[in-house]
Design a protein around this ligand. Structure first.
Ligand SMILES: [Zn+2]
Length: 102
């Protein structure tokens, strides 16, 4: 399974690599070399659920307890899953990328 490039519609990168995409770091498409990145909006949306679970684990459980580690683990996995499955890739410096849908 691969992430699809919005420019050339070919496989841009292995799907797990999407977890390393952030609004701060662009990555080149493996097929056409276009700089790909994500917007803050889609990034924050993708990691929102995992972050909330992370925060709950921090607030609810004793520091260093097994429950807290488990909750952190679940939050981390959800953040990664959100990035991999629910985060649209955009083209770097594409016109209106950050404004789209706002
Ligand atoms: Zn491409």
């Amino acid at each position: 399974m691969s992430a699809i490039c919005p420019k050339c519609n070919n496989n841009a990168m292995p799907i797990w690599k999407k977890a390393f995409l952030s609004p701060l770091a662009a990555m080149p498409c493996e097929a056409c070399g276009a700089e790909l990145r994500v917007t803050w909006k889609s990034y924050l949306k993708a990691i929102a659920l995992g972050s909330i679970i992370f925060l709950l684990g921090y607030l609810q459980f004793e520091e260093g307890s097994l429950n807290q580690y488990l909750t952190f683990g679940v939050g981390f996995v959800l953040m990664l899953a959100g990035q991999i499955y629910f985060m649209p890739i955009g083209l770097d410096k594409a016109a209106g990328l950050d404004k789209a849908g706002v």
